[in-house]
Design a binder for this molecule. Structure first.
Ligand SMILES: *[C@@H]1O[C@H](CO)[C@@H](O)[C@H](O)[C@H]1NC(C)=O
Length: 319
């Protein structure tokens, strides 16, 4: 059994897997009820705006156990393998394998927008479409709005679109009276964000500021495509909402800096991992990823990946 590319103490791995198996086979259901009390409460409507059936609750609970199993394996890999700029991209697991999706969307998935760059996978579009009112925030709409358009066509959501790089959204707003609002400001740590290798800085605000200015306390559809500002933006969101993130899922395009020094690549991995672990701790679990090969430079060196994350907290605790 070879979990990582280089040597792993086999006995440790076998022991860990055996212990996990014993735990999951023999643990009585009642313990899970205590750990995740909300999971078995099908009266939950919470901020989601729709009830959670026992079937969906079961999928979430099982997905959480499956997530933990993957995380244990990933942690064992990271512990047993010293990463270098060489094995980071060519050894197994490669860079992005560490950031694999670990959970299921408990509803049908639907990809909104055009095939390829611009489209996004949405979890539970049908549930969102049943809401008489719903709020969508989309950060980064320059050039490509096929996702936003299909969202407007398939739901009753009001779209709040943000982009500091363009003066308006290229979308036939008259088709959706009162349902499209555009702001020439970005998401990030105020007051400005300067993308790497850009000479221009753009005005940005925190999500919490936008939400209080617009008088929202919940976002049903949340897209973040902000050219490297996603790191500070998500850090701020996690800091600003310590009692639970105000959205059921989020689509984020994660960008790597094109580091010029090969020795910086390991640091980049470590920084991404640290950020990723923060997202996981806040309740986010990736349920989908798509490599953006347009920006890839060689082999597995893909520098942008589209992720869709579920926020499991509202499904578990009703918060
Ligand atoms: C969406 O809006 C239309 C037009 O106002 C309305 O007829 C429809 O009932 C709404 N859908 C839901 C699920 O409320």
């Amino acid at each position: 059994m070879k979990i990582c590319h280089n040597k792993v103490p086999k006995t440790t791995v076998i022991l860990a897997v055996a212990l996990l198996l014993i735990w999951y086979i023999f643990i009585p259901d009642s313990t899970n009820r205590e750990k995740h009390p909300g999971v078995y409460n099908n009266d939950i409507t919470s901020n989601l705006g729709y009830p959670i059936s026992p079937h969906v609750a079961d999928i979430i609970a099982e997905s959480e156990r499956n997530h933990d199993i993957f995380v244990a394996k990933r942690d064992a890999c990271l512990k047993d393998r010293s990463l270098t700029h060489a094995n980071l991209w060519t050894g197994s697991p490669t860079f992005w394998d560490h950031f694999a999706p670990t959970t299921s969307c408990p509803f049908a998935l639907r990809r909104l927008g055009k095939v390829g760059d611009g489209g996004k996978w949405i979890c539970g579009l049908k549930e969102i479409a049943k809401k008489p009112e719903c709020v969508a925030y989309s950060f980064g709409v320059a050039g490509e709005t096929s996702f936003e358009q299909e969202l407007l066509d398939t739901t009753n959501c009001t779209l709040y679109a943000f982009d500091p790089t363009v003066p308006r959204i290229s979308l036939d707003v008259s088709k959706y009276p009162g349902r499209v609002h555009f702001y020439q400001v970005g998401l990030g740590t105020p007051p400005y964000f300067k993308p790497p290798r850009s000479s221009v800085s753009f005005p940005v605000k925190r999500l919490k500021q936008f939400m209080s200015e617009l008088n929202h306390d919940w976002i049903d559809v949340f897209k973040v495509d902000v050219e490297h500002a996603e790191y500070e933006a998500m850090d701020d969101i996690i800091d600003d909402f310590p009692n639970g993130l105000p959205f059921p899922h989020v689509n984020i395009e994660v960008h790597l800096h094109l580091v010029s020094e090969i020795s910086e690549e390991v640091k980049q991995f470590d920084d991404l991992l640290k950020w990723w672990l923060r997202l996981e701790k806040a309740g986010l679990r990736a349920y989908m990823n798509e490599m953006n090969y347009l920006g890839g430079i060689a082999k597995s060196k893909v520098t942008a990946v589209e992720y869709a994350f579920l926020n499991i907290k509202p499904f578990i605790s009703g918060n």
